[in-house]
Structures are given as C-alpha cells and as structure tokens.
Design a protein around this ligand. Structure first.
Ligand SMILES: Cc1ncc(COP(=O)(O)O)c(C=O)c1O
Length: 408
C-alpha cells in the first residue's frame, strides 16, 4: 500500500530508508530521532505547539509540491482528470484510518469549517436545546451562540472542570445537562486549553439513547490518539489536517454518520452538488474549485502515521507529556493546569508560573534564547504556558523545558 502511494512520486532516499526501517525498528530514542529527521524543522528549534499547527512531514511536502507543480504545469481538464480518483483514494485511506466508510467523509478546509457545517446544517428551532462545554473552541461555542441568536434555540453550557477526579465524574456532569428538549450535544475530544480528554464514547452513547445528535471536535485528537469513529459512536466529527495529523495546511475532514447524512443542509452549494444522496457526505464539500494538490497530499500524512503506527504515536505523545508533567511537578513554583489522572490527559500540558508577571515576555525570551516555541495564555483562569509535543520531539527536550521553566 505504501509503496504504491509513495514510490511513483520519486520520494527522497531519506524517506525510503525511513520507510524500510520503520517497519521493524523498536520505538526507542534512535527511532524517534529518525522520525524527527522526516520533518523540515530548522536546527535548534524546539517546536512545542502541535495543538496549534504541526509541521508537515517531508513526504507530505513532497507530495504537495509534486502535484501543485503538475497542476500548474498543465491546468487542462485532461491533466486534472487524475485528481478525482486520487481524491477518492485519500478518502479511502482516511476512512480506514478513522474506522468509517468513504461515503461518510467530506473534505473541508479545517475543523472550524467542518463544525460550522453542522452548526448551520442542522434544522434547529426555537424551543430546542443545544448542550455545549465551556471549554469548547470558539468554532464549537461561539458558532452555536451565533446560530442560537438567529434561530432562537437555547444553549446550555456545561462549566469546564479541568481538575476533576475521574472520567466518570466528567461524563456524569455532562450527562446531567441532557434533557428532553436537547437536540444536540457538542463536545470536544481533547480540549486545546488544558488538554482534558473527554469520555466521548460514553457521552455519545448517552446522547444516542436520548435521540440527541452528538458532534465531536477532534482537532486535538486525530493523529494524536487512536480514533475509531465507529466505536466512538458520534453522529459527526470534525478535524484539521494541519494539527496532529501533520498534513498540509488548510485541509480538514468532516465525518457524518451515514444514517444521519440527510439531516444536514449543506452551507455551500456549487458545481458537484447533488441531492440524490448517492455521493454520501460528498454533497457537503462542493465548494467550487478546490486545491486538489493539497487534498492529495493528505494521503501522505495518513501513510506516515500508519507507518509509525498510531498505538506507538499515542504512547509516545503520552510519554513526552507524562515526563514533562512529572518534572514540572517537582517545581513548587509551577502550577499544573492539566489533569494528571490517567485517561484524562494525553498530549497537551498547561502550566502556570504565578511568580512570572508577564508570561508573554517569558515566552518570547525562551523562543529567542533557546528556540522553544509554545503557546501562551497571558491571563484568566487557565493562564499559563501550553506545551504540546509530538513525535518529532524528544525526552531531552521535555527535560530542557522543565529546566528552563525552573530558571524562569
Ligand atoms: C479544539 C479545537 N477545535 C477547533 C480548532 C480550530 O482549528 P482550525 O483553525 O484548524 O479550524 C482548534 C484550533 O486550535 C482547536 O484547538
């Protein structure tokens, strides 16, 4: 499968060597050092902001560049005819990755667009209720607020509780908000603010039992954790390729369960739209001319993750974040905002340093002096520095971050 998708494109010798050894190599530090070499990250950069944007791996970049040049060299219909089948091949690869069928996936430009397709596509009315989590990203919170103003439905926002005792307690808190009038439960799989992992499978099941539509924002889970959407049991799921999937910028996916597809109105209708229902979720991606090279490049991100192995990716991300949190917890001046209980965290760590007056100054200094790139929340209840490592990071880098924050 990999050979079929990569070798005809003249992939670099680096990639061929990686592909060969990845099949058998033990997932030790040498292996992860080899993984890092597959990324164009500049020497000296300690990139720790996967929750915002990840670098694309070289196979993704090469595939993107290859097809972009091909397109621009000959934009004729004849040359572009190849993109239809290639796009379907990516869809098949993505469907297998997420454990769903090809007809349940639409290509969007990012998570925001995918989630908004659901927000604007469901036929809600005054009197209906939508349950949200306070910690949802604005694309899954403000979008609902906006639509509620327009259509008159009611929002019920469950308070965020980052440091809760267990997944069960978190689930129970959300379940208590579901009522007879609830039509939608809009969740986040892993929050971007503090990295809480929501018990989405249990919550989707609770929603299903009451006939409620469950939507899951997977911007922080796809490519970081093993995600089987069939097992999760959500009605819809949104994600971006440019985060943990390490794919091209501005590509995303929307999953809608086949039995629910006809309940979604498309937000945009253009050439390629069909009402006959034969194309599955494809009627939700007819936005006019698309950047086919970018979509085709997405296949390489799935191939890359499959090659490393999603169980290994998830274990590695957890190992990196656990190591960092263990080191940070030795520092009494650091306040962890991320829940350290097993099952409640994975790849996002938030830590506050209350003695540092302006975290933005520290953030800038660590970037300039030590090449460390984080995200920072300068104020509010989840003030802190956010560290989100991925497979291209090392345990040494986690130790270096803890040491840098110790000296701050
Ligand atoms: C949880 C979550 N949802 C949605 C988004 C939006 O992603 P995008 O900008 O790719 O649409 C983000 C971005 O950080 C996020 O963290």
């Amino acid at each position: 499968m990999l050979r079929r998708s990569f070798l005809p494109l003249g992939m670099s010798p680096l990639w061929s060597a990686f592909a060969q050894s990845a099949a058998t190599a033990t997932r030790d530090e040498n292996f992860w050092a080899m993984v890092r070499k597959q990324f164009p990250l500049r020497e000296g950069l300690v990139y720790l902001n996967a929750a915002n944007v990840c670098p694309a791996s070289m196979p993704v970049l090469e595939r993107h560049q290859h097809f972009l040049r091909d397109f621009e060299a000959d934009p004729s219909f004849q040359n572009r005819a190849k993109f239809g089948p290639l796009r379907e091949r990516v869809r098949a690869t993505a469907a297998k990755f997420f454990g769903v069928s090809t007809d349940e996936l639409a290509f969007t430009r990012n998570t925001s667009e995918a989630t908004n397709t659901i927000v604007h596509g469901l036929q809600l009315q005054a009197g209906d209720e939508v349950v949200l989590i306070e910690d949802n990203h604005p694309s899954n919170l403000d979008s609902w607020r906006n639509q509620a103003k327009r259509l008159g439905f009611v929002l019920k926002i469950v308070e965020a509780t980052q440091l809760i005792d267990s997944s069960d307690a978190l689930a129970a808190k959300v379940e208590a908000a579901l009522h007879a009038k609830t039509k939608v439960l809009a969740l986040t799989h892993v929050t971007s603010s503090t990295g809480v992992v929501y018990p989405v499978a249990r919550l989707c099941q609770a929603a299903r039992a009451k006939g409620i539509w469950s939507h899951v924002d997977g911007a922080q889970s796809a490519g970081m954790m093993q995600v089987d959407l069939g097992r999760m049991g959500c009605d819809s799921y949104a994600t971006s390729s440019h985060k943990w999937l390490m794919g091209p910028l501005e590509a995303g996916l929307l999953y809608v369960k086949s039995s629910r597809l006809r309940q979604v109105w498309p937000s945009i209708v253009s050439v390629g739209y069909s009402e006959d229902g034969k194309g599955g979720a494809r009627f939700l991606e007819a936005y006019g001319q698309r950047d086919d090279a970018r979509l085709v490049a997405l296949e390489a991100s799935f191939d890359f993750l499959n090659l490393v192995g999603m169980p290994a990716v998830e274990a590695r991300v957890k190992q990196l974040t656990s190591r960092l949190m263990a080191k940070l917890s030795e520092n009494s001046r650091v306040q962890l905002r991320t829940n350290r209980r097993d099952g409640l965290y994975c790849g996002v760590v938030k830590a506050d340093l209350p003695h540092v007056a302006d975290l933005r100054v520290l953030d800038q200094k660590l970037y300039q002096d030590q090449g460390m790139a984080f995200s920072v929340t300068p104020s509010g209840p989840i003030r802190g520095i956010r560290v989100s490592p991925h497979v291209y990071n090392s345990l040494e880098q986690m130790d270096a971050v803890a040491e840098a924050l110790r000296k701050a």
